[in-house]
Design a protein around this ligand. Structure first.
Ligand SMILES: O=C[C@H](O)COP(=O)(O)O
Length: 248
């Protein structure tokens, strides 16, 4: 049984005031039984988010360096994140792949750095609209998955969370239909089974891309969708909580 995980990704948004709002609301509102929640906040807010938000909410970063330490001005290592009590980190988000040139080997290096630091990597996968139109969705998504899983040990693979995010649905208001999302999630699950049947049973595969309170329930009802990676709607505490309720 995979407990659903609702993870908010604030991207480069938010403020100390928003952290305080979430801290207040989330300390007054219990999450539904059996639902895990996480917030991926910008680097400057990680420490205060960890200290002010309830322990039940995991705190995540949005990227990390592929290096453990050294002369890499501006970078943040997995060990530093761990020092702050951060538990998770996004890796391979499409905005990192597209805007910051992170290819599959850069993504793999960051997954390995996260594992080395004791963090849970949330590995993001997804196709562009052009790739979907060319009927290459599964080839692209499974290729991104293999590029990481092939290089990890069986034990390391078990520590990942996956997020399928069709690039054309991110921040566009255009959500994959539940059937479209389920089809890709099922293909991911089948590929996981080709590595290890236990892995396919236990690994959480989240959906991301314009998930909001009005569409979360039907997406989360799909058998292979184990939660959501929420961008825009995670900036409103009421919307974030409503999506957590939908997962309950
Ligand atoms: O990480 C979150 C995703 O990029 C989804 O963002 P969105 O919910 O604003 O479409």
């Amino acid at each position: 049984m995979r407990a659903p995980l609702i993870a908010g990704n604030w991207k480069m948004n938010g403020s100390l005031e928003l952290v305080a709002t979430f801290a207040e609301e989330l300390s007054q509102t219990a999450l539904p039984d059996g639902v895990d929640a996480a917030l991926m906040v910008p680097f400057p807010y990680l420490g205060i988010a960890r200290s002010r938000l309830p322990e039940a909410i995991s705190i995540g970063a949005q990227t990390l360096s592929d290096q453990p330490s050294g002369a890499f001005t501006g970078e943040v290592s997995g060990t530093m994140l761990n020092d702050l009590g951060v538990q998770m980190v996004l890796v391979g988000h499409s905005e990192r792949r597209t805007l910051f040139g992170e290819d599959d080997s850069a993504v793999l290096a960051r997954v390995q750095a996260a594992l080395e630091a004791g963090l849970v990597p949330v590995l993001c996968l997804g196709e562009t609209l052009e790739e979907r139109d060319a009927e290459r969705t599964e080839a692209v998504v499974l290729g991104q998955l293999d590029a990481v899983l092939d290089a990890l040990s069986a034990d390391q693979r078990q520590r990942l969370v996956l997020a399928y995010e069709p690039v054309w649905a991110i921040g566009t208001g255009r959500t994959a239909t539940p059937e479209q999302a389920q089809q890709v999630h099922a293909a991911i699950r089948a590929r996981l089974a080709s590595y290890d049947s236990q892995l396919a049973e236990t690994m959480k595969v989240l959906y991301g891309g314009s998930m909001k309170p009005s569409n979360a329930a039907e997406l989360l009802a799909q058998p292979d969708i184990d939660g959501g990676l929420i961008g825009g709607a995670s900036l409103q505490v009421d919307d974030f909580l409503a999506i957590c309720q939908s997962a309950g």
